[in-house]
Design a protein around this ligand. Structure first.
Ligand SMILES: NC(=O)c1ccc[n+]([C@@H]2O[C@H](COP(=O)([O-])OP(=O)(O)OC[C@H]3O[C@@H](n4cnc5c(N)ncnc54)[C@H](O)[C@@H]3O)[C@@H](O)[C@H]2O)c1
Length: 352
């Protein structure tokens, strides 16, 4: 049975999150490295060897066989390369790199050193996403023509390095990479084109608001919306299909599937006065025709990321997040920046 003995580089918010939440047999956190001594103050109480501004000591620690890279985004490449060259497996926080070229170099280096490399796209394991995927895969609302994935937060400002472009800050890199990865997991086949509108509402250096439209060859359109300042959020997901509408309210996976009983047949054939004005198709629905069904159940456990990694270490499974998938998601991010600059949609179909 394989054992992960993890050294965390970048022991801030996310570094702590991994140590605090990952309780999986076979996974042990053994060391932490940071440039800020304050971040390492609790390392002893967590049974971690602390390396402060001591990269050499950290990367040559023989007990560490896996490095978790959870430094700010612009530093991922440097430490992923160092880890691979030191013969350690790598888990790299998202976005793995600031460009597909950098990520390709990291993957090549891991392959050359015969170590595992995986990007922590943990939001594939979120309950809301798992439900959306089940609704999609099982055709529970017929042919799906529109998908909305919304992230609306009330906090306005981002913290610390997240506000700076040279650190890989901004919400497109931060949340966009999760939502794009989810969209690529949800809809099979080629992505034809990408449109992206980026705004900086509360920040000067980076984006904090996006609207992305991904059009797939298969016909599906996925809209991704994010803002750091929306006080009455849209539902997390809306999937519109030919046999119903699926609404998933939030990360807790609450919501419903909405269906109608013969709505179209029962609408009167002519325009009649109604509160929506002179319209037949868009008049309020006559009572009793709309009904709700519960969403399907979906198992969601973020620790599956680590369970899968352990199995991959023993050669019993493939890694959950394939490197080519992480590369594709980063290429979409690049297409988003390109589209936002050009103020028009850009073709994606001919990119790998
Ligand atoms: N997968 C997720 O759900 C998720 C959620 C939050 C953040 N993240 C990712 O985790 C990473 C860290 O984000 P965070 O929010 O924890 O940031 P953070 O600022 O809380 O932590 C970063 C830590 O890195 C340390 N650091 C900076 N330079 C360093 C260096 N040269 N060597 C060692 N340590 C150094 C900082 O002192 C800090 O403690 C980012 O890539 C972010 O995108 C992922």
């Amino acid at each position: 049975m394989a054992e992960m003995r993890i050294g965390v580089i970048g022991f801030g918010g996310m570094g702590h999150y991994h140590v605090d939440t990952v309780k999986v047999p076979g996974v042990r956190f053994v060391a932490a490295s940071d440039i800020d001594p304050a971040q390492l103050e609790d390392a002893g109480s967590l049974n971690l060897r602390a390396y402060c501004k001591d990269e050499e000591g950290f990367f040559s620690d023989p007990e560490i066989n896996t490095v978790l890279v959870s430094v700010p985004n612009h530093l991922h490449k440097k430490y992923a390369l160092m880890a691979a060259k030191a013969g350690k497996n790598v888990i790299c926080e998202k976005p793995a790199a600031l460009s597909p070229e950098d990520l390709a170099e990291m993957v090549d280096c891991a392959n050359a050193n015969n170590v595992l490399f995986e990007v922590h796209q943990n939001r594939r394991l979120d309950k809301d996403f798992k439900i959306a995927k089940k609704v999609y895969d099982e055709g529970l609302i017929g042919d799906i023509f529109n998908i909305e994935s919304n992230i609306h937060m009330p906090n306005g400002r981002m913290h610390n390095w997240h506000q700076f472009k040279n650190c890989g800050g901004g919400m497109l890199y931060d949340w966009g990479i999760h939502c794009i990865d989810q969209a690529l997991q949800l809809v099979p086949g080629k992505l034809d084109s990408v449109y992206c509108d980026l705004k900086s509402v509360f920040h000067t250096d980076v984006d904090d608001c996006y609207k992305i439209i991904m059009k797939f060859e298969k016909g599906d359109t996925v809209s991704l919306n994010l803002s750091t300042y929306v006080l009455k959020p849209y539902p997390r997901w809306m999937l519109c299909g030919s046999k119903g509408t699926c609404v998933i309210q939030g990360f807790d996976g609450s919501g419903s599937i909405y269906r109608t009983t013969g709505l179209v047949e029962k609408l009167p054939p002519r325009i009649e006065p109604n509160p929506a004005g002179p319209t037949r198709s868009f008049r309020p629905m006559p009572p009793g025709l709309l009904y709700q069904e519960p969403l399907p159940e979906a198992r969601a456990d973020h620790l599956d990321f680590y369970r899968n990694y352990l199995r991959a270490m023993s050669g019993k499974a493939e890694l959950m997040v394939k490197n080519e998938e992480a590369l594709r998601a980063l290429r979409v991010i690049m297409a988003c920046f390109e589209s936002a600059d050009a103020k028009r949609s850009v073709r994606f179909a001919d990119r790998p």
